[in-house]
Design a protein around this ligand. Structure first.
Ligand code: EPU
Length: 419
């Protein structure tokens, strides 16, 4: 089990190049299964979840290889429509392959991704949408068998909640379906826009991606293309919090500040100076941090649930009392007990966390229990007096590429211990 050893209380300073977005890359990789031509996806982060998606593509009979942040996928010989259970378990977001495999092959076998560390992760909206598009779903031995004998057809699908994964699955299933699909109350996250733009580049007919109404007109075939994955807005938010919690200054390069308005506004309220220009976000936290108005996690363009834990690390040291309300996932405060072990004063009840800023955090041995909660602990350790160990690095590695190398390059005293 790998861990990080961090000596905190060092101001970070310098430039950080931003990685490509994990959550976009995963949906785009599923989309590659729809293409009858070679796709070259550039700016793909080197993460365990991305490699798991590549393994799924290879299992499906596609030729998929990763080299220096570029994934090449040739799905012309795709000859399998089943995702093995161990790969479904390895990466819960593998459910996004459902729409892609159905779109390409008209049938699909996989196991439901199941509950997760963030709370139950139902897929009822995904399945109901597929049924509306002509898919028959039966459950056998814990697995799901999906067939559409008459082929997939377009449908009008109103989502009860703007689910990111369900919107992606419907878009993927609809691009090669017969007729028109209209998704209302669709998710508007930038990753949805990225998926739509990628599919259009491959020959799909889609409009409205990134708005609540997405319209997809089915085409016969998709071809290959070269495409660059969008920058990771949650990793950018994490580095902003690293600057805040250490009283430092970071220049994040390769970002898209338009995706980050709600996050930037929170750091400004915390008393940080934030400047954006082109693809850069500069944050300076030279003044003492102060508490913020209530932060409510919301679908985009609201404050992202994935940034809740990273931002909490900085709020733990911000003078005054801040309140967070987590509206997206029911079990996303598991990092709080670990933060409290580092001296934070945080109480949670249901969706609400009340954070009373403390003057200092103290180093401790803490354990990551999920990806963003793990990142929060790394940030708290960077801002703490003394030495910390953050265990269960495997969670953090799912979303942050070489986190210790990047943070060391801007002055952090951090090393990976492989034991
Ligand atoms: N939900 C349902 N039924 C469904 C689908 C979703 O009840 O059929 C509920 C979920 O249980 C959750 C809420 O709706 O309470 C939001 O789920 P959504 O489907 O929007 O999320 P997701 O597609 O499972 C993606 C990201 C998450 C991110 C959320 C919200 C990927 C691979 N994952 O998950 O990212 O938190 O959208 O923005 O894109 C992360 O990166 O750490 C992460 C968890």
């Amino acid at each position: 089990m790998q861990k990080l050893a961090i000596r905190g209380a060092k101001r970070l300073s310098g430039e950080i190049p931003l990685q490509g977005a994990k959550n976009s890359a995963l949906a785009l990789l599923a989309g590659c299964a729809l293409c009858s031509g070679e796709v070259r996806l550039k700016n793909c982060p080197a993460l365990s979840d991305v490699f798991a998606a590549c393994r799924i593509l290879n299992k499906l009979g596609c030729k998929c290889s990763y080299h220096d942040h570029c994934v090449s996928v040739d799905a012309r010989d795709m000859n399998c429509c089943a995702v093995p259970e161990e790969l479904m378990r390895e990466m819960r977001s593998s459910i996004v392959f459902l729409g892609a495999i159905l779109g390409r092959k008209g049938e699909c076998e996989l196991s439901p991704p199941g509950g997760c560390e963030l709370g139950p992760r139902p897929i009822d909206m995904h399945l109901s949408a597929m049924e509306q598009m002509g898919v028959r779903i039966s459950e056998e031995y814990g697995g799901m068998c999906c067939e559409c004998p008459g082929g997939l057809h377009g449908a009008r699908i109103d989502l009860g909640f703007p689910s990111v994964g369900a919107t992606e699955n419907i878009m993927l299933a609809a691009v090669l379906a017969k007729g028109e699909t209209v998704i209302t109350n669709a998710a508007t996250e930038p990753e949805i826009t990225d998926l739509g733009n990628f599919l259009v580049r491959c020959g799909a007919r889609i409009r409205g991606q990134g708005t609540p109404t997405v319209v997809i007109s089915g085409v016969d075939k998709l071809h290959g293309c070269e495409y660059s994955v969008m920058p990771d807005r949650i990793v950018a938010a994490t580095f902003m919090s690293a600057a805040a919690v250490t009283g430092g200054e970071l220049d994040i390069k390769g970002a898209d500040p338009r995706h980050m308005r709600s996050v930037i506004s929170v750091f400004q309220q915390m008393n940080c100076s934030v400047f954006t220009y082109d693809d850069r976000i500069f944050i300076s936290a030279k003044k003492p941090l102060c508490a913020v108005n209530t932060i409510r996690t919301m679908p985009y363009p609201g404050f992202p649930t994935d940034a809740q834990a990273p931002v909490m690390a900085a709020l733990a040291k911000a003078a005054g009392t801040s309140v967070m309300v987590e509206n997206i996932f029911s079990n996303r405060y598991r990092h709080v007990d670990e933060l409290v072990r580092m001296g934070a004063d945080i109480k949670t009840e249901g969706k609400v966390a009340v954070i009373r800023g403390v003057k200092k955090l103290c180093g401790a041995t803490v354990r990551a229990l999920d990806l963003r909660g793990g990142a929060c602990l790394v940030l708290a350790a960077l801002g703490a007096q003394g030495e910390s160990r953050v265990e269960n690095l495997c969670y953090i590695d799912r979303g942050y590429e070489n986190i210790e190398t990047v943070l060391r390059s801007v002055g952090a005293d951090i090393k990976r211990i492989k034991s």
